[in-house]
Write a protein that binds this ligand. Sequence first.
Ligand SMILES: CC(=O)/C=C/C=C(C)/C=C/C1=C(C)CCCC1(C)C
Ligand SMILES: CC(/C=C/C=O)=C\C=C\C=O
Ligand SMILES: [Fe+2]
Length: 540
Amino acid sequence: MLDFNQSNHRIEKAGFVRKPEKGGLTITQVASPLRRPVIVPSLDNETVDRRDRNHVAWTSVRQERWEGELVVQGEIPLWLKGTYLRNGPGLWHIEDYNFRHLFDGYATLVKLQFENGRLIAGHRQIESEAYKAARKNKKVCFREFSEVPKYENFMAYVGDIAKLFSGASLTDNANTGVVKLGDGRVVCLTETQKGSLVIDPNSLETLGRLEYSDSLGGLIHSAHPIVTDAEFLTLLPDLVNPGYLVVRMEPGTNERKVIGRVNCRNGPAPGWVHSFPVTEHYVVVPEMPLRYCAQNLLRAEPTPLYKFEWHPESKAFLHVMCKASGKIVASVEVPLFVTFHFINAYEEEDEDGRVTAIIADCCEHNADATILDQLRLQNLRSFNGKDDLLPDASRVGRFTIPLDGSPCGKLESALEPDEHGRGMDMCSINPTKLGKKYRYAYACGAQRPCHFPNTLTKLDLVKKKAKNWHEAGAVPSEPFFVARPGATEEDDGAVISLISEKNGNGYALLLDGSTFEEIARAKLPYGLPYGLHGCWVPKE
Ligand SMILES: CC(=O)/C=C/C=C(C)/C=C/C1=C(C)CCCC1(C)C
Ligand SMILES: CC(/C=C/C=O)=C\C=C\C=O
Ligand SMILES: [Fe+2]
């Protein structure tokens, strides 16, 4: 149990750690509010040099784990009781070997534990097989997003390719997100199915793999399942017979059951499905022209689109499946698009209550797949603060999918992209609005010049306006909305983000969900690397 009785001053002072010494793994003892020293191996022999040159957002986390109470400036609302967990790639090197891509990093899980206006923070590396093997063997041992193991000879390469088909050589580095299942289990995820790792939300310890007990097979899934207290819905792309299985898992089970199957309308392989949206009654299955590519999976050196390929000639489609029957009620061609993240979707009704269309919103990168390569670490680390390297980056793409049998759907901007600086991604909504008509979304936006989203933005999709938060040189992570218990207004709650600062520092930030003004901030002992997605574990 955490002890909240120590003074802020003592704990914060105790929470700071020595710089790692150059030349090897140092063991640093950190006093934590647990009153027990936590043994904290620092992670490399080059961190200090790298930190001097690069923004802390793109610098490997400096040690395996840390935990301590933070000094809060401002006031944390007393209703905010629970733990915000945020996952993301946070360690981008092994020994002297530096990884290429943001998505290659070994997962760093961060927690912010709110109780009685106080805040305990911590972070810890996820103990995936991939991470443990890399630490032990001092090299990449599994196939990551862009990194592959270096083969000693041709036979070793052939052996690894054979293991690719069984999934044995794929990573389980669960660095994309973290979700709380209806049964209370908290699971870190990535795009490989084997990278579904159960963690303890208090200690951040990796407890083991979530082994799916069904025999659906396949090696990959959507990195963003739809998770509610009642179900876990996800998509399993089928690379052999291009299509997707839509599957559902009930709380308390590890068995996914098939709701239905969508066959691709076109192309040599299914489109990448990092995420997908649902409405109250339907699942929307996107078929992007950015498609998985079997040849690219086998390559030792990555292409600019990594494991994917851009197929404009194969066009883009959205399929709508009825959740109850598994029947496809619409399959429409839409303009070419590129998205990582769907924001939400809902059903549009006529005066008689008949569903006439589905509206689905996403962070749309103007049909430009080069965003994947812009997330290479070399690009992220090379920003000079002047050149605008994200021209016309992304917008809220709003799809309208007619349900009257029309062959085509529409794609428009839900609001003028200038409202959020012509860049936006990493979004959250009030979870009670999942699948329903909604008004507000929170996301990262852009203040020019920039090369990466550098603001927090509250999007009002009814008034078509945005309110932006920005601090010079700061890289904020996905703003995560937590509703106030008992709230009746959609934006009544708090928005949590972790900020990495230019000077190497970092802090947890709390904004009011309605006014989007700062309520509180709390400095971390050191800045943390950029993270991806989070979840909220309320205190029982
Ligand atoms: C961090 C993030 O958002 C995405 C991570 C994606 C990963 C690790 C994808 C890995 C893959 C392989 C290792 C082989 C199969 C294809 C694919 C799912 C892209
Ligand atoms: C952080 C990001 C895109 C930013 C550019 O606009 C995408 C992250 C994708 C994975 O979760
Ligand atoms: Fe994502």
